[in-house]
Write a protein that binds this ligand. Sequence first.
Ligand code: ZN
Length: 292
Amino acid sequence: MRDFSQDPRWLSINTATVRKSRGVDLPLPQIIEACAQRGIRAISPWRDQVAAAGLDTISKLVKAHGLELSGYCRGGMFPAADAKGLATARDDNRRAVDEACELNAKCLVLVVGGLPGALAGKAAHKDIALSRSQVRDGIAELLDYSRTVRMPLAIEPLHPMYAADRACINTMEQALDVCDELDRERTGALGVAVDVYHVWWDVKLQAQIERAGQNRLLAFHVCDWLTPTTDLLNDRGMMGDGVIDIPRIRGWMETQGFAGYSEVEIFSAANWWQREHGEVLDTCIQRHRTVV
Ligand code: ZN
């Protein structure tokens, strides 16, 4: 297993981690500058942050600082209540692929969606099997496009508590079943993003990481699971502050040959987003050396 204690070479910052500084929105160009100043070599930005600053601006900044993108967040949200909604999702996902290409991201991360309307508080139906089939079809269609521009798609299984509103793919096993079906030849065009927050509890995690193999392990996201967790979305912990054995999971990944970034992804409305972003980044660097 790689030794992270000496340098932060394999640390990536998912820019949602410092989306706010002292509770105030922090623009992506400032996030990039703060990362570059600290010698952080990679980021994974969110589409809304990129759109707010302008794709062109961000593309130039990324190149100027020689930053890599461990991923691009995010595509997905495939299910819809009608044909028009499905088409809208399809078109938006193609744009996400194009943006990921412009920024030279390692992969486009897919949060696949759940029951249509649920995120806004009113699900259009209760048929999660229908959502899952729309997700499968949506990924298949997007894959036809993403292959042509050589942008890998990384399905991110989300913790089951998000099955209704964010993602009806909830385990590595489910995600890999989709990979097997749509990319049987293991071309590298389709794989998974392993986020410890979502999958740490899974009894089959080690076996499924082995099943994925290097070819399908496209991204590794880290944070921690706090006890108690006070908010289903925005109470993620800093690595080392919770109950996830991150080095053990990273070891399983690296045994398969994964040699990419450990991407810190923390949504923390009451704690880390209330702190000054420089302090947050410095803490990420320190924890990356010691507990990742
Ligand atoms: Zn993640």
